[in-house]
Design a protein around this ligand. Structure first.
Ligand SMILES: Cc1ncc(C[n+]2csc(CCOP(=O)(O)OP(=O)(O)O)c2C)c(N)n1
Ligand code: SF4
Length: 283
């Protein structure tokens, strides 16, 4: 049966009208349809935040993690059933604040997970406080004099930790985002797409107009296999490049586990697991 957009239909989103989350929601559904991945073959693990409300608006298997903990839940699910397409839909606060250590360790393991960061540079759900990607000097109710710290750059952190697929998209350019998402979903290993997303209610600086003026597409001749060049491009601040910065091939975590070589854990017979010899030591 052909997978269609309507297969992913749940309730109509109640994000603020014009929120960048709409673009990400639309692009994700389109990417899944283009790849003919049906709702019963995909698990999306959500973070806590406005982005996490996507769980109510897109039909698939879903799980809302604790704040910052979507990635370890996704790792567990992938190891239990590595035939599932596992996606993480997270926020800049969720993934790069409380979840930053999980981000680094999931990358180190090259877990076969696709991670989409809804990067709106604020804590949207809790009414617009500073997030790890808020620009230096950015004023919010928690930083009335402006942010003192430099922002976390999700791309350079991912590259330094050894990510095998690193990209940046923009919620306001859906056709480009769909193509990036397709590549990320096809990648074997940990793929991260940092998606620039306007929060029209609380972020009055990084608006659609601002992103329109401060982003450019990576040129078609760009080579995504040169890590040094990927770092150089990811460090650009004047105009933010959009596209696939870096990709490499490396075995995934579950492929390195001999126990999973024959079949996924969920299909293995628990009767063959003999715990008695291990328990003997604790008697
Ligand atoms: C352990 C824990 N700490 C803090 C919170 C409060 N909290 C809920 S959402 C959120 C921030 C969400 O920001 P982000 O991840 O950027 O998502 P957005 O709402 O912008 O999509 C925070 C701090 C929480 N729910 N749990
Ligand atoms: S508060 Fe911001 S991120 Fe949340 S739904 Fe509204 S516009 Fe979107």
């Amino acid at each position: 049966m052909t997978v269609q957009l309507t297969d992913f239909k749940l309730q109509t989103p109640d994000w603020c009208p014009g929120c960048g989350d709409f673009g990400i929601w639309g692009a994700l559904k389109n990417a899944l349809v283009r790849l003919q991945i049906s709702p019963d073959n995909v698990l999306i693990v959500y973070g806590i935040g406005c982005h996490g409300h996507l769980s109510h608006f897109l039909k698939s298997y879903g799980f809302e993690g604790l704040h910052g903990r979507a990635l370890p839940v996704a790792e567990g699910a992938k190891l239990a059933n590595h035939n599932l397409k596992v996606i993480v839909s997270t926020g800049d606060g969720d993934c790069l604040g409380e979840g930053l250590s999980h981000f680094i360790h999931t990358i180190r393991g090259n877990h076969d997970i696709t991670c989409f960061i809804h990067d709106n540079q604020v804590y949207g759900l809790t009414t617009g406080q500073t997030s790890p990607t808020s620009p230096k000097g950015y004023k919010t109710k928690t930083t009335p004099e402006g942010v003192i710290e430099d922002p976390v750059n999700p791309l350079t952190v991912a590259l330094a930790a050894g990510a095998t697929f690193v990209a940046r998209g923009y919620a306001g350019n859906m056709p480009h985002l769909i193509e990036l998402m397709i590549k990320a979903l096809q990648h074997k290993g940990f793929a991260v797409v940092d998606i620039l997303q306007p929060c029209i209610t609380f972020n009055k600086v990084n608006t659609y107009e601002w992103f329109q003026q401060h982003t450019t597409l990576l040129e078609s001749t760009y080579n995504p296999h040169d890590k040094t060049e990927a770092f150089r491009r990811a460090l650009a601040t004047e105009s933010l490049p959009l596209g696939l910065f870096y990709q490499e091939t490396k075995p995934t975590f579950h492929e390195c586990l001999p126990q999973l070589a024959d079949q996924p854990l969920i299909h293995q017979n628990i009767d063959s697991i003999k715990l008695a010899p291990f328990l003997k030591d604790f008697r």
